[in-house]
Design a protein around this ligand. Structure first.
Ligand code: AMP
Length: 280
């Protein structure tokens, strides 16, 4: 496995692969890899000739009071894990290379990013769209893999690719969970043992909502009331938002139908945890 830290070198390599008709798969990450990331890589490994994973803790997607400085990092371990699932290249650029002096161009997806994470983290999606756009130009993938765990991000990236005529396919992959139900996340490392237990209220509330929907309840208000109550019963958890949305437009729904998605963010011990899933 090769480690590339120069964007220009990454581009040259991608160009060379493309000139020989190689199919390039790409998994963008912020590192501190876990099974959720590795699953995306395995998906790419299955269909691509060349598999690139990037590790870049992107400063522009963090707010001033967020965890950029403390975000968990372990580059050596990440390399081992990525190598074990067959990644060919780790792209590991520095912030200085990604945002050199004088940088002033940003990509912004509007409507889709206004609510939920966008409302709680102003500027977050502008940073995400900008860095993903740059990474796509550097890695030149045919396929890029994103987790459904960050559902609004996945929807925004799909929108950006469509709106800006980017010539690649976005592949969304299901959320990987611990056996307990907790969605894997690099930020779970911040949680204490009690915090991790408290974090199970997200998957529990999703399960409760699903149970209601599958038993015929279609009123989103009724389902949300019950699902919120599951989170509110957990003393260490504070609900940030919970919504039932259309799977593509992310518009809030009053009636639950096939594909409707419950999406939530919950703060546990100062760590924001995300979860979502289809109800039907
Ligand atoms: P991150 O390193 O947190 O920026 O995540 C990099 C990619 O991995 C994103 O596309 C995430 O949605 C995806 N991802 C993170 N956690 C999971 C998970 N538990 N299951 C599936 N994909 C995930």
């Amino acid at each position: 496995m090769k480690i590339v830290s120069e964007p220009k070198e990454m581009q040259r390599l991608a160009e060379e692969w493309r000139s020989r008709s190689g199919v390039i798969g790409f998994v963008p990450t912020m590192g501190y890899l876990h099974e959720g990331h590795l699953e995306l890589m395995r998906r790419g490994r299955d269909v691509c000739d060349h598999l690139v994973a990037s590790i870049f803790v992107n400063p522009t997607q963090f707010g001033p009071n967020e965890d950029l400085a403390t975000y968990p990092r372990n580059f050596d371990r990440d390399c081992e894990l990525a190598g074990s699932v067959g990644v060919d290249v780790i792209f590991y650029p520095s912030a200085e290379k990604m945002y050199p002096e004088g940088f002033q161009t940003y990509v912004e997806v509007t409507g889709l990013t206004a609510g939920m994470e966008g409302a709680s983290r102003p500027g977050h999606f502008k940073g995400v769209a900008t860095v993903v756009c740059k990474l796509f130009h550097q890695v030149k993938p045919h396929y890029a893999y994103f987790g459904e765990k960050d559902y609004q991000q996945l929807a925004a990236i799909r929108r950006m690719v469509r709106d800006l005529d980017m010539d690649l396919t976005i592949v969304g992959c299901p959320t990987v969970r611990e056996e307990s139900g907790l969605a894997l996340s690099s930020r779970n490392a911040y949680l204490s043992v009690e915090g991790k237990k408290a974090g199970l209220c997200l998957s529990r509330s999703l399960a409760r909502a699903r149970e209601l929907a599958r038993n015929g309840e279609t009123d989103a208000g009724v389902i949300l009331r019950e699902a919120r109550a599951v989170v509110e019963k957990e003393p260490l958890a504070r609900l940030d938002y919970m919504k039932i949305c259309h799977p593509e437009s992310l518009e809030e729904l009053e009636k639950v139908e096939s594909g409707s998605r419950l999406i939530m963010a919950v703060r546990v011990e100062n760590t924001r945890l995300l979860d979502n899933g289809p109800l039907l």
